[in-house]
Design a protein around this ligand. Structure first.
Ligand code: MTE
Ligand code: MOS
Length: 739
């Protein structure tokens, strides 16, 4: 096949051993023991005004530092997309758990005493908790293609449906944590995060200081899933402010309850579909209306919404489309980035709706999909013409074959018929879905990012090449994949490549670790930086060509010092995106996934057990097949959890209904179906060695396939998730839907 030494090989994770034996240091191990402990007094109401903040004079305030909005040195917002996330509530309260007073003390006991010594007097207002009825627009987008009215006028049939998805908690293994240490004029921050430069920017603005005075270092991060994309900026600012004021190190670590109650969740959604069809099942037009619940501040919602609308027609060719997408404000903790970034909501609605159409037409959901599938030569509703790179058909065909979908449908039908006769509660079902995910930032995002990477040699130790980039490993494997790319390009063993956790005082900005962009785009720039390094080497030491890298480096060093290479992502000419019209090349590479989920439903307990999941993915190039497969399996299980058992509600006070993992169940390995994943490659010229993003893709299509399997097993058509036992029960009772 290929001549690559490392690319395409399942090199063991470089962090695997230390994590497996428990040697890897995380925030909780690394924060200095002498650090003061930070905490927050939070709002117990969802909306209203702060009348007074009272400090009990009986408490010895010399034992604590205390910060209110009035004490902030500069702006009162956490710098994100928009300046609307207050560092601390000033006069107005916009969500329950919002921070009002920051405190730090030498130990937990004193901190708790200080917290109790604060009283906040408030005047409550009526909060907006129901996003479906919120009129407070956060943002909106619109995409129009063709003539939707004509399509509806000429349609043989019109099918409508409304689909809803709920909150999802990231439930990373490691909670949020940050510690900060003043050092002269500087402030150093460390913690669990995805995006060191986001935290850096937020702290620089909050302290109003020169950028070089703030240093942010990522500690090994025990999972992020998008949850450590925006929120570490809040915690970073809080911790930096406290450490500055205390004049000593402060650590701020969330326990599970504070983490679950106060940090972001996946946006709940409501999506309306109206589809024009020919009698034979050809879709001639689609009207789609998406609403996302943004919560009380913008965080990432603007871009989450953008990704929702751009993926709204999924893997289908829709000639006439009218799509509206709106995010609204509510008085709930702000929702934020979560693996899939708005796409899981869109694809859930779309794929469920395709199943709905199949039901109305009494057609096979598979045949309906095949009929309307997007193929090379087709365009997305936003005008991007796909002359190549569409693999929806490829993955669908493969998954149908490997899962034995057609036979299984018959087999399960017979199984269920027998079960009914025998009065046995077990039913079996099989469901199908298609998903795609655009890798990297949307539109001109990658062009504007100017992703920069540096590689350099280290002469002091036994010849190591170090990658300097701000991308983080949060479990997805960037810490292995980027070194693989560098080692391959340089022709050296991977043991001679190092990729330290980013430190903003040392590494250039290669962007945030989000949008499944790291392997694809940052990896590409890592390779370019290595090429730049080799070019510099070969020019000075021509005999280094042909594999003598390190002896070349030695010769180079004698004359010119330490060898390095640098690269900056350069925009690709001919690809444009227009933010005004929302037309153009939204993404330069899409990955594609088809899956078949088999599930067993127990009609005594209403328990749904996914038993087998067959998945086919086209991902450009599998840099590391085992890691890629791990992403697919883990992301899919996360999607089944969201679809089936993960339930989070709001109390009438606008707080989440649970702050405990005992009250919010997520799937464990015991709840995992047997996975059978196949990877296909259609290299993308804009990604490292042809790779496209796959980190989020598996989250996108799992829920509708799960719901379809439940439908196939029981006849109950779920229009919303999670499909809890109670919901399934109500569907079956209501519709007496069981076949
Ligand atoms: N996998 C693990 N194990 N842990 C994580 O936190 N985050 C997901 C995904 N896979 C995540 C993960 C999210 S939200 C993103 S955006 C991508 O990884 C980032 O992958 P990348 O390295 O391709 O950018
Ligand atoms: Mo991922 S939601 O883009 O961090």
């Amino acid at each position: 096949m290929s001549d690559y030494k490392l690319i395409g090989k399942s090199v063991p994770r470089l962090d695997g051993y230390t994590k497996a034996v428990g040697d890897r240091m995380f925030f909780a191990d690394l924060a200095p023991r002498c650090a003061w402990i930070g905490g927050a007094v939070r709002s117990s109401i969802a909306a209203g005004k702060i009348k007074k903040i009272l400090k009990d004079p009986k408490f010895d305030w010399s034992k604590a530092v205390c910060i209110t909005a009035a004490d902030l040195p500069a702006v009162n917002y956490v710098a994100m997309i928009r300046p609307d996330y207050p560092i601390l509530a000033d006069k107005e309260i916009i969500f329950a758990t919002q921070g009002i007073v920051l405190l730090a003390a030498c130990d937990k006991k004193t901190l708790d005493e200080a917290k109790r010594a604060i009283t906040v007097e408030t005047e409550e207002a009526e909060p907006i908790l129901d996003f479906e009825n919120s009129t407070k627009n956060l943002d909106q987008y619109k995409i129009v293609r063709g003539d939707i009215n004509a399509a509806f006028n000429k349609a043989d049939l019109i099918v409508e449906g409304t689909y809803r998805t709920g909150y999802q908690e990231h439930a990373y293994l490691e909670n949020h944590g940050m510690w900060a240490m003043p050092e002269g004029d500087n402030i150093i921050l460390e913690g669990s995060m995805q995006c060191p430069y986001y935290v850096h920017n937020a702290v620089v603005q909050a302290l109003n200081c020169p950028p070089e005075k703030v240093i942010v270092r990522q500690n090994a991060t025990g999972g992020g899933f998008g949850g450590k994309e925006d929120y570490p900026s809040v915690l970073g600012v809080w911790t930096a402010l406290l450490a500055k004021k205390a004049g000593k190190p402060v650590k701020f670590s969330y326990d599970r309850e504070e983490d679950m109650l106060c940090t972001t969740k996946r946006h709940p959604s409501k999506t309306y579909h109206k589809t024009a069809l020919k009698r034979d099942g050809t879709i001639t037009g689609m009207e789609i209306d998406i609403i996302l619940d943004g919560g009380a501040a913008t965080t990432m919602s603007k871009v989450v919404l953008s990704r929702s609308i751009l993926h709204a027609t999924g893997c289908y060719n829709i000639e006439n489309a009218k799509i509206n997408a709106r995010a609204v404000f509510t008085n709930t903790p702000p929702n934020g980035a979560f693996r899939g970034f708005g796409v899981p909501q869109s694809i859930f609605a779309l794929e469920r709706h395709i199943d709905q159409i199949a039901k109305v037409l009494n057609a096979d959901p598979l045949e309906l999909r095949i009929k309307n599938l997007m193929r090379n030569g087709h365009s997305f509703p936003y005008g991007q013409k796909m002359t190549s790179g569409v693999s929806a058909g490829l993955v669908l065909e493969d998954v149908i074959k490997r899962s034995d979908y057609r036979n299984k449908r018959v087999e399960f039908f017979e199984f269920n018929e027998k079960a009914k006769q025998k009065n046995s509660p077990k039913r079996r079902g099989i469901g199908l879905s298609l998903a795609l995910h655009g890798g990297g930032f949307t539109g001109s995002g990658e062009d504007n990012m100017h992703t920069k990477v540096r590689v350099e040699t280290d002469l002091s130790s036994s010849y190591i090449v170090t990658i300097l980039a701000s991308s983080t490993d949060m479990g997805q494997g960037a810490g292995t994949v980027l070194p693989m790319i560098a080692a391959e390009e340089l022709g050296i063993p991977i043991s001679q490549v190092e990729y330290p956790n980013p430190d903003t005082s040392k590494v250039p900005n290669s962007g945030p670790t989000v949008a499944s962009r790291t392997t694809m785009y940052v990896g590409y720039v890592v390779r370019e930086a290595c090429k730049n390094m080799l070019a510099r080497l070969y020019e000075a030491v021509p005999e280094a060509k042909g594999g003598a890298f390190f002896s070349g480096v030695e010769k180079y060093a004698k004359k010119h010092g330490k060898l390095f290479g640098e690269a900056v992502y350069t925009p690709v000419p001919g690809y444009t995106w227009d933010d005004e019209t929302y037309q153009g090349t939204a993404y330069k590479g899409y990955s594609w996934l088809a899956q078949v989920v088999e599930a067993e439903v127990d009609l005594d307990t209403y328990e749904i057990t996914p038993t087998k999941s067959t998945i086919s993915v086209e991902l450009g190039k599998a840099i590391n097949p085992v890691l890629a497969t791990g992403q697919i399996e883990g992301g899919s299980l996360q999607a089944y959890g969201w679809a089936g058992i993960e339930e989070m509600g709001l109390t009438s006070e606008g707080k989440y209904t649970t702050g405990k993992l005992s009250g919010y169940t997520i799937p464990t390995t015991l709840d995992s179906p047997r996975f059978d994943v196949a990877l296909f490659e259609d290299p993308c010229e804009f990604g490292a060695f042809g790779a496209k993003g796959i980190g989020e893709l598996p989250m996108d299509g799992g829920a509708p396939a799960f719901a379809a399997a439940v439908e196939n097993a029981t006849g109950a058509f779920a229009e919303r998730i999670p499909i809890t036992g109670e919901y399934l029960f109500s569907l079956l009772e209501e519709g007496k839907a069981e076949r």
